[in-house]
Design a protein around this ligand. Structure first.
Ligand SMILES: [Cu+2]
Length: 498
């Protein structure tokens, strides 16, 4: 066998291993096709929006699904492959799917602008754009379908992914309720419905900072002892890791002493998690798909819609739970990495301790591998995030979607947006169509991560910068679904676009 044949074989073995790992982890579309990327035709990549039955806590639940080739959730692309996808709407309702964090032309972004209405039930819509590599995800941007699990991973492999001798594991988190999304929202916006439905009111869902051990490393900016921040608007029935609870977790077989690339995706609608690697130490190498300088840690905050890529070297042939605990609660979910033959013991669905609120402790340590070029801003916007529990409504600069004044930019500008949170809730803020760099956290300048979603803590501030290089109309919103649905969204619009 020639050297080149060996290389080919090795590469294929790794592609195969990687695909099997991913398929095993979340039953994603395998990437085992032997064809080179450019040979794949449009029809090869079909994504079907449909319904499916999940079993949660032993009860059946009808939810949505986004299934790729061979009926597996989501899409995984090979290096260099275009996002050339036919989206088939078999969900029985109109839908539109957003490719979260990707940078497509605006009319392919999957947001229901007047120019890009939802796809009617039964129709098919074609997409074709050059994707950026990393860990991304897709979700419905139509109504509250996201709360019924209309979301899935979107992984774009880099050449390095195929070269590296490591197993890929995707861990996608969801919050789940047997109630309809409409009931959940009504419980928040209509206090009498809240009482009737037995949901918690704002009086008892608060999380008193004074009750916490302040050595736990949480950010307490603007939070005097006894001041109350609100966490977890909704009492969910379950928290899912790759569609399963900790009562029946997914067990992923790993190589003893092997290396794992863990692709974490917080696909929850209203829940921030702490990722708990237990006895393992991980190395964060990317945030929202974009490489960061390596940061080691065992407990990692993961805000709604954010992703982290974490390298884990397994110490031996044991079983290693990867847990996700809900902030302010003991509830947790997770998966288990276990060497073949390693005994897997049952894990309690509740942790011993309440988790603190997620914070900016990790954000402060993140540094982009490829930062923005130094440059003075051409335009700076300040956006005040406000709202509260009673009435339940959330705004940006005092405006409630869809009655908003767009933030206008011009192609070529360096844009800075300073977000100030004047409320007692966390807001995971997401800008469509751009990767921004975090340049200030609570007034402290940083050369932070390049990413697409950043947490703005209660009474805190975060400043982001980006280059206006993707003309169009772009949504800019809080990724807490219920905040967005009650107003917390605005538009970033390029001049010349109507
Ligand atoms: Cu919010």
């Amino acid at each position: 066998m020639t050297e080149s044949e060996k290389t080919t074989l090795l590469t294929r073995r790794r592609i195969f291993a990687s695909a099997v790992a991913i398929a095993g982890a979340i039953r994603l579309a395998p990437v085992t096709r032997a064809v080179a990327a450019p040979e794949r035709r449009a029809a090869d990549l079909r994504l079907t929006a449909e319904t499916r039955i999940l079993s949660v806590n032993g009860k059946p639940a009808q939810v949505f699904g986004l299934n790729g080739p061979k009926g597996k959730p989501g899409i995984a692309l090979l290096p260099g492959e275009r996002f050339r996808v036919d989206l088939l709407n078999r969900a029985g309702a109109a839908t539109i799917i957003h490719w979260h964090g990707q940078l497509p032309p605006w009319k392919q972004d999957g947001f229901p602008w007047p120019q890009t209405p939802p796809i009617p039930a039964g129709d098919t819509h074609a997409y074709d754009y050059a994707p950026i590599t990393g860990t991304y995800w897709m979700h419905s941007h139509h109504g509250m379908q996201e709360q019924r699990l209309m979301s899935a991973p979107l992984i774009v492999h880099s050449p390095e992914d195929l070269r590296a001798d490591r197993q890929e594991v995707v861990l996608m988190l969801h919050d789940f309720s047997f109630r309809t999304p409409e009931e959940l929202l009504a419980g928040l916006t209509n206090p009498s419905a809240t009482e009737k439905s037995g949901m918690r009111s704002s009086m008892n869902m608060g999380f008193r900072m004074g009750a916490l051990n302040t050595s736990s490393g949480m950010s307490a900016v603007g939070m005097g002892s006894g001041m109350k921040m609100d966490l977890n608007d909704i009492d969910y029935d379950a928290f899912l890791a790759n569609d399963r609870t900790l009562a029946d977790p997914q067990v992923i077989r790993t190589e003893p002493g092997g290396r794992v690339l863990l692709r974490l995706i917080n696909g929850a609608c209203s829940t921030e998690f702490w990722i708990d690697l237990g006895g393992l130490t991980g190395t964060v190498i990317a945030a929202d798909g974009h490489p960061v300088r390596p940061v080691r840690g065992t407990r990692l905050p993961l805000a709604i819609a954010q992703r982290l890529d974490v390298i884990i070297d397994l110490p031996g042939k044991g079983a290693y739970p990867i847990l996700a605990q809900v902030e302010g609660k003991r509830a947790r979910t997770g998966i288990i990495l276990a060497a073949s033959g390693a005994p897997v013991s049952r894990l309690a669905t509740e942790a011993a301790e309440y988790a603190p609120p997620v914070d900016l402790s990790l954000e402060h340590r993140l540094e982009a591998v490829t930062p923005l070029a130094p440059r003075a801003p051409d335009v700076t916007y300040r956006v005040i995030l406000a709202g509260g529990m009673s009435p339940y409504a959330w705004s940006m600069n005092g405006q409630f979607w869809p009655d908003v004044t767009p933030l206008m930019v011009t192609t070529g500008q360096r844009v800075v947006i300073e977000m100030m949170n004047a409320s007692m809730m966390e807001h995971p803020m997401h800008l469509h169509g751009h990767a921004f760099q975090v340049i200030s956290l609570n007034g402290t300048p940083v050369a932070g991560a390049v990413r697409d979603t950043v947490l703005v803590p209660p009474m805190g501030s975060v400043t982001i910068a980006f280059d206006a290089n993707n003309p169009g109309r772009w949504a800019f919103h809080c990724h807490n679904l219920h905040h967005m649905m009650t107003g917390m969204m605005t538009e970033l619009r390029y001049s010349g676009i109507i």
